[in-house]
Design a protein around this ligand. Structure first.
Ligand code: SF4
Length: 318
């Protein structure tokens, strides 16, 4: 049986704004086993990227605990956190924004090696060899080594992002919408590449996306988020064949059916989205839920275990 590499307990991240407290991530707990993928799904603004960044301590958590490889890293000092960057990395959604336009492919891939002092800047030959090795690994032609981001298409830029995340040989990678900005044909290539690399290096992924169909085949578990909360967690078959939370059901109904003869049964989400600022008691989905009852507006539902590995936060299952 594989070991747990990441354990998150009651993680909360609030932002303090002029209008009040913005609840971006609220009391989320889960585990990921070594070599597995957790898909994190939800609409834009639901807090999934903040969750990924809080785990990497790019945002400081407000409360809760994060354990990586058995160590509590929640309050690790910056110097030790910098060391941990060797093992925990991130791939961003839009590589064009995350890459420095003034850095060539070679410089972008080499940067983490220099920051982490794996090589001295004088070791030009060794660095160059490592860059070329990474370019081969992610399928980037060596002739592009001195190119700049604006000279490359989205797929190639994302390959640089992947090479840069992998160059330190990490164990865990937060993949923050890594294919959302790409054409559909390129998306498949990048997803295949990421799966091959996971197999080759035993990587563990937290794969963030707004599109449930993207994570169906590559996740061992899927976590559904709504307005900062985990509303459902299960295996892909539990989520796709037996979705429990009304929000998960609505997300699933929005996935296009490839056969035009099969009518789509889309669950339209109407109603106002609850503001994440100064959020009160009650279910955060109540204003948009088809099944909302009186207690939903006043009493916050708790996470319930419905079957092994399948959790839901909804009064329908109280
Ligand atoms: Fe809908 Fe109530 Fe369940 Fe919230 S708790 S999802 S409002 S039924």
């Amino acid at each position: 049986m594989s070991n747990t590499i990441l354990k998150v307990k009651n993680l909360t991240k609030n932002f303090y704004t002029a209008s009040g407290v913005l609840s971006a991530v609220s009391n989320i707990s889960f585990e990921i086993k070594t070599g597995e993928t957790l898909g994190v799904v939800g609409e834009s603004g639901c807090g999934k990227s903040t969750l990924g960044r809080a785990i990497l301590r790019l945002h400081e958590p407000t409360s809760g605990e994060i354990y990586f490889d058995g160590t509590n890293i929640t309050k690790l000092p910056p110097a030790e956190m910098k060391q941990l960057r060797n093992k925990m990395q991130i791939i961003f959604q839009d590589p064009y924004e995350s890459l420095n336009p003034r850095m060539s492919v070679s410089q972008a891939i080499a940067a983490p090696l220099l920051i982490q002092k794996r090589y001295k800047s004088s070791q030009k030959h060794e660095i160059n060899q490592k860059v070329l090795e990474m370019m081969d690994l992610v399928g980037l032609a060596r002739r592009l080594v001195n190119s700049y981001p604006h000279e490359l298409d989205g797929g190639r830029r994302q390959r640089i992002g992947i090479a840069r995340a992998l160059v330190l040989n990490p164990k865990f990678i937060v993949c923050d919408e890594p294919v959302s900005a790409l054409d559909v044909s390129i998306q498949a290539q990048i997803l295949n590449l990421m799966q091959d690399l996971q197999e080759q290096f035993g990587l563990t992924y937290m794969f963030i996306t707004h599109d449930l169909s993207v994570v169906k085949h590559l996740s061992n578990k899927i976590l559904v988020m709504y307005l900062g909360q985990m509303v459902e967690l299960g295996t892909p078959s539990q989520i796709f064949e037996n979705p429990l939370h009304p929000y998960t059901q609505a997300l699933l109904s929005a996935i296009p059916v490839p056969d035009p003869n099969i009518p789509m049964k889309r669950v339209a989400l109407t109603g106002e989205i609850t503001s994440p600022i100064n959020i009160g008691e009650g279910c955060r989905f109540a204003k948009r839920c088809l099944y909302a009852k009186e207690e939903c507006s006043n009493v916050s539902p708790e996470i319930k275990k419905i079957e092994p590995g399948h959790l839901v936060m909804c009064h329908l299952f109280s």
